[in-house]
Each structure stands twice: as C-alpha cells, then as structure tokens.
Design a protein around this ligand. Structure first.
Ligand code: COA
Length: 368
C-alpha cells in the first residue's frame, strides 16, 4: 500500500503573551472586586506558584491580552467580522499553512484536501476549511472536523487514509485553536490552562516526496465517551452578557478524574500501537505528546519508555504555550524534530476530551 509522509510543518504564534504573574494579578483584582461586592462564597485568590507546580505552564500566547486581563471583562475581545472578511481562524491558518507549504516546497494548487481539525470552531458553516482552501488557492475539497484535543492526530489519520487509498496525493491538516475564547478566565481552577496558536502539516504520498520527511508508518485512534471535559457552547460570537449565568458555556473539566482516567488509557494505547507494529519502545527516538500538563507527560513518557525520558526525547512546549488543545503535540513536533537521522522512529500522540486518543508512528526518511 502507498504510504503518506509529513513533509512540512508550520506554527502561527500570536504576538501577545500573558505570564502567570500577569494572569494572577488580573484574576486577584477580579476576585477582590467580587468580594468587595459581597460575593458568596468569596472568590479565593489564584497563585502563580500553584499554576507552575500543578501544570508546568509559565506563560501563554493569546490573540487579545487586554480583554483577558481587564478585571471588568476577563474575556478576549474578538469583534465579529463582516462576512466578506477572512475569519480569525482562517487568518491564523494562512500563516501556519504558508510556513508548512514553504517547508514542503509544495505549491498550494497541488494540495487536494484541507482538513481544519480543531476543538473550537468560529462558526458552524460554511466550513472554516473551505475558507482556508479559498484563501490559499488549494484544489480539491476541504472540511472541518472536531475531536477536541485529539483533532490533529485524527486529522492526520483521515488525510493519510485518503493518500493511502489513492484518492488524493497531498493534503494539509491545519489546527487553528482559539482556546482563549472558550476558557472561563474567572474560574481559578482552570483560568491558567489554555493559550491560542495554529499549527499546520503538509502530508504527501511518500513516493512523491523527495526531501527530508517523516514517513507515516501507521496511525491509531480511539474514543470513549466521558463528560469530564465538556463545553456546552462552542462558537465565538456569544457575548459575555449572554453567558452570565451559564458556566457550562465555557470549558469545564474534572481535572483530577481526567488525570486518573486518561493517563492509563493513553499509556495502554501507545503500548498497543507499538506492539501491533512490532516496534519496541527502545526504538523510539522521540515522543511528541499532547501538551496539557507536565506531570501527565512525565508519567506517560516514563510508562512508555520504561525510564525517565530526556527533554530531547520527549520535548515539552507547554511552559511557553500552555495547553493549545489539538495543536500542542504538533508544536512540539514542528519545533523539536531536529537531530533525528534517516531510519529513526518517533511517535506523535494527542489525547483529551471525548475522551479521545490518537497516535501517529513515523520514521525519519529522505536525505539527512
Ligand atoms: N491557585 C491556587 N490554588 C488553586 C488554583 C489556583 N489557580 N486552582 C486550584 N487551586 C486549589 C484547589 O482549590 C485545591 O484546593 P483544596 O485542596 O483546598 O481543595 C488545590 O489547589 C488542588 O486543586 P486540584 O484541582 O486538585 O489540583 P491538581 O493538582 O489536580 O491540578 C490541574 C489541577 C487542572 C492542573 C490538573 O488536574 C490537570 O492538569 N488535570 C488534567 C487536565 C487535562 O489534561 N485536561 C485536558 C484539557 S483538554
């Protein structure tokens, strides 16, 4: 069977960052105002030391820092755009896709499918992916998909399957994540978790690719229903007023349960995937994991490799980006793929709401 390969990657990183200290100062100012107004129960202060030790996150990139840090607002200001203007997600995607196409040395017209795979979509339809197709000038077709934090790996499997089946030669899988608009910045249990970013990968039929690439040996996806990570809304245009009494309209999670239930699911998933491919954990030179929590990644790395992985073997980017949902493992892949020689194996793995887990086993191929 024909194989697919990843030949290009790109990351769009917003220009604005929020450090833990800035975030906590804004949250505490908000809490003080609520308490002065008689909030019952009182709103407890957040702490930067807690955030770093519980999650490993030190800062996050966002599209609108001002709105998030305004204690009277605590929500990004992303004004609705006219229908004839590019949407926010499409704009982020253009940047990331452009970088991925340049790296792959592929012309947009040679891409036959765009999959916009993300947790948060700006609108229901027309598909964001079709807008990206139009703006990039790709051919063929495009569609959106959502498997929360696992959207990228499920998107890679879908695109790779189309290439393996021979229905297309080349695809882009793009993950614009505007997590800031879906985070409840007024809830101290989760206000530190997310950031904004967009990642893109170019996938090509392996036999058409000439340059350095990562051949996709196999992909594996699994889901199991859980309400422990949930968002009952989903679209950006809702205003703060409309959400006032609806905590369920933003990201909610039972973090402790997620920890306990997802970790064994992910470690077993990766173990089963490697076994099915006859690949031993010792052969893995790199693990590009979903970036939600440092202790989670430390646990999975240790369980999969049977020892503590070095920072090069299992790169983390969450200290700078926070959790960027589906984009996290792809940022790690895009920024930490150097130093691998032809024949070296690696594994991309994402996991999260659904629950969902997806893994992509790759081999570095092409010229050194
Ligand atoms: N500042 C200070 N204290 C805080 C706080 C904050 N911002 N947020 C919570 N706390 C307090 C809690 O109220 C709790 O206090 P208590 O013991 O008096 O009740 C204590 O710190 C511990 O809180 P807990 O939520 O149990 O912490 P945790 O160690 O589980 O870490 C997460 C919280 C969210 C970082 C962690 O559970 C996690 O990462 N889970 C997995 C999340 C995940 O991957 N989600 C996927 C999203 S897609």
């Amino acid at each position: 069977m024909r194989k697919a390969a990843i030949t290009g990657s790109g990351v769009f990183t917003p220009s604005q960052t929020i450090t833990n200290d800035e975030l906590v100062a804004a949250f505490n100012a908000y809490a003080d105002r609520q308490n002065a107004a008689g909030a019952e129960p009182p709103v407890p202060h957040s702490s930067a030391a807690f955030i770093t030790s519980a999650s490993g996150i030190e800062r996050r990139f966002v599209l609108d820092k001002e709105g998030v840090l305004d204690p009277d607002r605590m929500y990004p200001s992303l004004p609705p755009r006219a229908d004839d203007q590019p949407g926010v997600m499409a704009e982020m995607a253009l940047d990331a896709c452009g970088k991925a196409l340049d790296m792959a040395e592929v012309a947009p017209g040679d891409i036959q499918a765009v999959l916009c795979a993300a947790s948060n979509h700006e609108r229901a339809y027309p598909a964001i992916a079709i807008e990206i197709q139009e703006l990039l000038g790709t051919s063929g077709f495009a569609f959106d998909m959502n498997v929360a934090c696992s959207s990228a790996t499920f998107g890679i499997q879908a695109a790779a399957d189309m290439i393996r089946a021979g229905s297309i030669d080349r695809a882009i899988v793009v993950n614009p994540e505007i997590c800031s608009a879906h985070l409840e910045w007024r809830d101290r249990d989760c206000h530190f978790i997310f950031g904004d970013v967009c990642t893109a990968l170019v996938l090509e039929a392996d036999d058409l690719a000439q340059g350095p690439r990562f051949t996709i040996e196999s992909t594996r996806c699994a889901t199991k229903f859980s309400n422990n990570i949930r968002n009952n809304d989903g679209f950006l245009r809702r205003t703060r007023d409309q959400m006032e009494d609806r905590r369920d309209m933003q990201f909610m999670q039972n973090g402790r349960k997620v920890f306990k239930e997802v970790l064994p699911m992910v470690s077993a998933h990766i173990g089963d995937h490697l076994n099915a491919e006859g690949v031993s954990a010792d052969e893995l030179r790199r693990l590009w994991l979903h970036q939600a929590n440092k202790s989670m990644n430390d646990f999975i790395g240790r369980k999969v490799l049977g020892r503590i992985p070095s920072p090069e073997e299992q790169p983390n980017i969450l200290q700078n980006y926070a959790n960027t949902s589906s984009a996290g493992s792809i940022i790690a892949f895009a920024q930490h793929s150097d130093g691998l020689s032809p024949g070296d194996r690696g594994l991309i793995c994402s996991f999260g709401a659904g629950y969902s887990v997806g893994s992509v086993l790759v081999t570095r191929a092409g010229p050194a």
